[in-house]
Design a protein around this ligand. Structure first.
Ligand code: TYM
Length: 331
């Protein structure tokens, strides 16, 4: 069985973008692949997070993993910090990554372009840690949204470099980016990605938003003057984004949705998008509540950590022997 791994960094509440671009694919794939899904809590602290809020976001994220359908019987679900091997391999990967490669990472470049001050060194070296997250488990595939593809590509480069230098060690992973829904845009500014750190909050739908708020956000999504429900990302980015959201959730092809709305107005279209999104999120929220009340989270994490550690430990040992820093006999 091929192996798949992915993770989310809950620096805020999980969003509809996280769900459509990543999380729902984890759920779809868990029957077909050996699935490892983790919470990237170490990645969260590359920027300051208020500790109490961070704890809440982490717990909510695990509950949402389960609420969206990840099944601990089928998937290994764990916290990044429960497997210290990942951070240790992360350092080794940093030692095999060039500064020039990190300077070219879009996320880092965007921060510099915005003139952000006090970018931490943790933020700068985050991609090799992400590479270690993946390579520790010899993942064949990494399902991600569009914005993370560059990091998985760097991971491939690092795996190939390491294998060339030290001999076959890592599986070279492939990013899996869906055709529809891999880049859900802000409802208020469809030129920007829907993001957890949305400043106004209006452009981003959070999975735990009140359903009345979700509806309001969709009904006030930015559109255009064309008055025609058409998929045209360049000229009708807002409508195209809503079409992607709807198609992802219902499975109805975008063309077919457009045909149904021929000659109809944006109000009616938005109302259906809101109905579809609220129904989907409503189901997730109902399960989220049950999970929070059930107290199963600790047990899921404990079991997941044990299984993940077993795999990661063997890999790290192999790597350390290859590079010459492990001098004891294998026990
Ligand atoms: P993060 O937390 O930013 O995002 C988690 C996943 O959600 C996807 N995503 C989106 N997809 C579509 N539309 C959007 N608007 C949208 N916003 C986010 C992301 O592409 C991602 O797949 N570095 C990672 C976490 C990570 C990781 C890993 C992932 C750490 N180690 C190893 C995979 C494998 C991150 O910050 O994702």
């Amino acid at each position: 069985m091929k192996r798949m791994l992915s993770g989310i960094k809950p620096t805020g509440q999980l969003t509809l973008g996280n769900y459509l671009g990543a999380l729902r694919h984890f759920v779809e794939y868990q029957d077909e692949y050996e699935m490892f899904v983790f919470i990237a809590n170490l990645h969260c602290v590359t920027e300051y997070q208020e500790p109490a809020q961070l704890k809440k976001n982490l717990k909510d994220a695990i509950a949402l993993y389960l609420a969206c359908g990840l099944d601990p019987e089928k998937s290994v679900i764990f916290l990044q910090t429960d497997v210290m091997e990942q951070a240790q391999l992360g350092f080794i990967m940093m030692c095999n990554t060039y500064m020039g490669e990190l300077n070219r990472m879009t996320q880092f470049k965007d921060k510099c372009a915005k003139g952000e001050k006090n970018i931490t060194s943790g933020m700068f070296v985050y991609p090799p840690l992400m590479a270690a997250d993946i390579l520790c488990y010899d993942a064949d595939y990494v399902p991600v949204g569009e914005d993370q593809k560059q990091h998985v590509e760097l991971t491939r480069d690092l795996a190939i470099r390491f294998n060339n230098k030290y001999g076959e060690t890592f599986t070279v992973p492939e990013p899996l980016v869906a055709k529809v829904g891999a880049r859900i845009m802000s409802l208020q500014d469809p030129s920007k990605k829907m993001s957890k750190s949305d400043e106004t909050n209006k452009g981003c739908i959070y999975l735990l938003d009140d359903l009345a708020v979700v509806r309001k956000k969709i009904m006030s999504a930015v559109t255009d003057m064309c008055a025609c429900v058409r998929y045209d990302k360049e000229n009708q980015s807002g409508i195209s984004n809503l079409l992607e959201i709807m198609s992802c959730i219902t499975g109805e092809p975008i063309d077919s949705i457009c045909a149904r709305y021929e000659g109809k107005g944006y109000g009616e279209f938005k109302k259906e998008v809101a109905d579809v999104v609220c129904e989907e999120i409503g189901k997730i929220q109902a399960r989220y509540k049950e999970i929070m009340e059930s107290g199963i989270i600790e047990k899921v994490l404990e079991d997941g950590a044990k299984k993940a550690r077993y795999v990661a430990h063997k890999k790290l040992d192999k790597v350390q022997r290859k590079i010459g820093i492990e001098i004891r006999k294998r026990s």
